[in-house]
Write a protein of this length. Structure first.
Length: 341
C-alpha cells in the first residue's frame, strides 16, 4: 500500500544546495548565508550568490525587452498584473540567457504603470525599475526582493522544477511558477492582508473580530506556514525594512504601529483557535505594508513578489536541469475497478 501524504507534507523530494528553510529554528540559509547577512546585498549580487554565476547584461536586457513588451501592452488590459507577466515572458524570443527573463518581469511591471518609461542600461536594476515605475523608497524594494528571492521547495519553486524536469525549458518553467504563485495560499496573500487591516481599523473590538473570522472558518492572511513552527524570519527582516522607511514616513509609522498591535491579537486568537498547531506571522504580513509604502497597488503585490522570486526559480531550474531526472510521483487510486478485477 502506498503511503499518502496530503499536500506532500513532510515528503522530501530530493537534494538541493540552494537554500535551507529550518522550520523549527526559524532559520533561512541561502547558499551558506543567513538571510540577515544578505540584507545589504544588491539584487545582482544576490543573483550571483544564488546562481553561482554573475547576472551579466541585465541593463542591456532591459533595453532589449522594453520595445517588445511596450508593443504587447494593449493586451495587458483586463489581465491581472501577474497574468501580464506571464504574457510578457511569451513575447520574448526563446533564449537561454536568464537576464532576459529577469529583465522582462521587472520591465513589464514598470511599463504597466508607465508605458512611456525607458530603461537606463547603466543603472542598477532595482533603482531603474523603481524609477521607471514611479515608486518611492527604492532601497525598500531592494530589501524586499533580496528577502523573498529564494525559499526552498515552496509551491511555485516545486512547480518550476516539475516543468524543468520535463526539459520544457526556462520560459515554460517560469510561466508555470507564476501560475502557482498567484493563489492566495501562496503569493496572493499580501493584498488581502491590507484588506484585513482596513477592516480592523473600523472594528470596535479587533480581538472579537479575529474570533468571529476564525469561528466562521476563515483564514487570517499573513499567518501560518507549512514549514515554520516559529515566526517566519522574513517577517522580521521586512518589519525592519518598514521601520527604516517609517523614520521618514509618518503614514507608514502609523500603519506599522497598528499592524504590530494587530499581529499580537491575531497570534493570540490563532493560538486559542488551534492550540495544537503553531500559527505565526509569515512573510506576507509586513510585505503588505512595505509594498504599499513603496507605492504599489494591492493588485500588483503578487507580481512584485514574482520579480524577486524569479532569482530563486532560475537557480532551481538550473539545478533541476543539471540533475536531469523527470519528476513523476505516484498517486493511490481509490476509484472503482471494473467488475471482476
Ligand atoms: N488562519 C486560520 N487558520 C489557519 C491558518 C490561518 N492563517 N493557517 C492554517 N490554519 C489552520 C487550517 O485551517 C488547518 O486547520 P484544520 O486542520 O482544522 O483544517 C490547520 O491550521 C493547518 O492548516 P493547513 O492548511 O494544513 O496548513 P498548511 O501548512 O497546508 O498551510 C498556509 C499553510 C497555506 C500558508 C496556511 O497557513 C494559510 O492558509 N495561511 C493564510 C494564507 C497566507 O498567509 N498565505 C501566504 C503563505 S507564505 C507564502 O507562500 C509566500
Amino acid at each position: 500500500m502506498q503511503v499518502v501524504s496530503s499536500g506532500l507534507e513532510g515528503v522530501c523530494v530530493g537534494e538541493s544546495r540552494i537554500s535551507l528553510v529550518d522550520g523549527q529554528a526559524g532559520r533561512l540559509i541561502l547558499r551558506g548565508f543567513h538571510l540577515h547577512q544578505l540584507g545589504e546585498k544588491g539584487y545582482e549580487e544576490l543573483a550571483q550568490i544564488l546562481w553561482e554565476v554573475p547576472l551579466s547584461g541585465l541593463g542591456e536586457a532591459r533595453v532589449r525587452v522594453a520595445p517588445l513588451l511596450r508593443e504587447a501592452l494593449p493586451l495587458a488590459g483586463g489581465l491581472a498584473p501577474i497574468e501580464w507577466l506571464r504574457l510578457a515572458l511569451d513575447r520574448l524570443p526563446d533564449g537561454k540567457n536568464p537576464a532576459d527573463w529577469v529583465a522582462a518581469l521587472g520591465v513589464a511591471l514598470a511599463l504597466r504603470r508607465n508605458p512611456q518609461a525607458e530603461p537606463d542600461p547603466q543603472a542598477d536594476h532595482v533603482a531603474d525599475i523603481a524609477r521607471m515605475a514611479g515608486l518611492r523608497w527604492p532601497d525598500g524594494l531592494r530589501r524586499y526582493w533580496v528577502c523573498v528571492a529564494e525559499h526552498g521547495m515552496n509551491a511555485s519553486t516545486f512547480t518550476a522544477r516539475v516543468v524543468a524536469s520535463t526539459r520544457a525549458g526556462q520560459r515554460a518553467a517560469l510561466s508555470a511558477a507564476l501560475g502557482a504563485l498567484q493563489g492566495p495560499l501562496h503569493g496572493g496573500a499580501p493584498g488581502p492582508v491590507l484588506d484585513m487591516l482596513d477592516e480592523l481599523q473600523l472594528a470596535p473590538d479587533p480581538a472579537a473580530w479575529f474570533g468571529q473570522k476564525l469561528g466562521a472558518g476563515e483564514r487570517l492572511m499573513g499567518f501560518g506556514h507549512r514549514i515554520y513552527r516559529v515566526r517566519d524570519p522574513r517577517a522580521e527582516v521586512l518589519r525592519t525594512a518598514c521601520q527604516k522607511i517609517a523614520e521618514h514616513s509618518p503614514e507608514l509609522a502609523a500603519r506599522l504601529r497598528f499592524a504590530e498591535q494587530m499581529e499580537g491579537l491575531a497570534t493570540q486568537a490563532l493560538a486559542a483557535h488551534k492550540p495544537g498547531r503553531v500559527l505565526q506571522t509569515n512573510v506576507e504580513y509586513y510585505t503588505a505594508l512595505l509594498l504599499e509604502a513603496i507605492g504599489f497597488q494591492r493588485e500588483e503585490f503578487t507580481a512584485v513578489f514574482a520579480c524577486g522570486r524569479v532569482l530563486g526559480w532560475l537557480a532551481h531550474i538550473a539545478e533541476q536541469e543539471k540533475e536531469g531526472r523527470l519528476i513523476r510521483p505516484e498517486v493511490r487510486y481509490v476509484g472503482p475497478l471494473p467488475a471482476g478485477d
